[in-house]
Design a protein around this ligand. Structure first.
Ligand SMILES: [Fe+2]
Ligand SMILES: [Fe+2]
Length: 193
């Protein structure tokens, strides 16, 4: 039977993908110079990406999943090094997007062209990243991790908040996710769930 951790990570990827899709759609509206660009929605999308995939999902992969795989095999060393690097790059990319959005809101015409490029690049980057994790890394993990390893990884991914830091990223992410779904047009809300 497939480990619970694999299912949780896949589910998290699905939620992240839905938000990335909305980011891309909104960025296309920016590019088209549409009058109805929803900056509140764009801000909620970027806040969600920072608080959930960037500060929660990816660090857990680094700390638990990647570590467990390294403990059992060298087969994924190169791939894990690349994925860890991408986690760091992703955080920088989202900071650049946030800065670009601030300029865009302030009326910068340059950012009307730049923001959609950054958003599209981020979409492609994260999409490819998640594909590598699911299609290449997970099969290696499933070949090498023991039931006890999976239990440890699963426990980390089941955890909803981190009392050590006094924050509840999952609650925060769910709040932002609701904001995003409420703010986006009905047709898009359906495709994001
Ligand atoms: Fe990742
Ligand atoms: Fe991931």
């Amino acid at each position: 039977m497939r480990p619970e951790a694999v299912r949780i990570i896949r589910d998290e990827h699905v939620a992240i993908s839905a938000v990335l899709y909305l980011l891309r759609k909104q960025a296309q509206q920016v590019r088209a110079n549409a009058a109805d660009v929803d900056f509140t929605l764009l801000r909620a999308i970027l806040d969600y990406i920072v608080s959930y995939p960037e500060r929660w999902h990816h660090p857990k992969e680094d700390k638990f999943l990647f570590r467990a795989i390294r403990r059992r095999t060298r087969e994924a060393d190169k791939l894990i090094a690349a994925l860890e690097k991408e986690h760091r790059q992703g955080l920088k990319a989202i900071e650049a997007l946030k800065a670009s959005l601030v300029e865009l809101i302030n009326g910068s015409s340059e950012e009307r062209a730049r923001f959609p490029q950054l958003a599209e690049a981020y979409f492609e980057f994260e999409w490819a990243h998640m594909r590598q994790e699911e299609d290449v890394l997970m099969p290696i993990a499933e070949r090498h991790l023991t039931a006890a390893d999976w239990e440890e990884v699963g426990a980390a991914f089941r955890e909803n908040d981190n009392p050590l830091f006094g924050i509840k990223p999952k609650d925060e992410a769910q709040r932002l996710y609701r904001t995003i779904l409420q703010a986006c047009p009905p047709g898009e809300a359906r495709s994001a769930t």
